[in-house]
Design a protein around this ligand. Sequence first.
Ligand code: GRF
Length: 186
Amino acid sequence: TKIAVFASGSGSNFQALAESIANGKLNAEIGLVVTDKPGAYVVKRAQSLNIPVAELAPKSFEDKAAYEAKIVKLLKEKKIEWVILAGYMRLIGETLLSAYENRIINIHPSLLPSFPGKDAIGQAMEHGVKITGVTVHYVDAGMDTGKIIAQGAVDVVEGDREATENRIHKLEHLLYTKTLQQLFES
Ligand code: GRF
């Protein structure tokens, strides 16, 4: 299964997927990494794995449709079948949604529908929940609103954001591989 990974930041989920592919846990190939943040750390990670990267600043396009049309062109050239969002901090628009209908997946660090949007871990800590977690879901036009595919729970470490965050990231890396493998197999 040929996939593209979209990321705006560190790319630890990208790295985890690449490792899962290398050790045979995920039957896929990452044909392209797309970032909307030129110079993001994910670019270094991709380059060191010899995976092609498209660094596209939305600002240098006329509008969102033009930005996404460029991405769709690259995806089609590389025969990408699925778009996998991993810390891509931007809503997906009509151009990409219609080109990859039901083929765009996201991972979010909370038990949706609780705490959508930015800083879900901070929101959960602030709210004082005792259990949070990770959600893998289909992407629609909304903010973390698409159909849920899989979830996993994490106990909050009270008053310790960093420890809670580490638990969440660890689970993300396992859950994303497992869920995508099931999806691609079916
Ligand atoms: C992850 O927590 C993911 O769930 C969220 O953004 C974060 C990305 O982290 N959407 P990384 O760039 O994969 O390290």
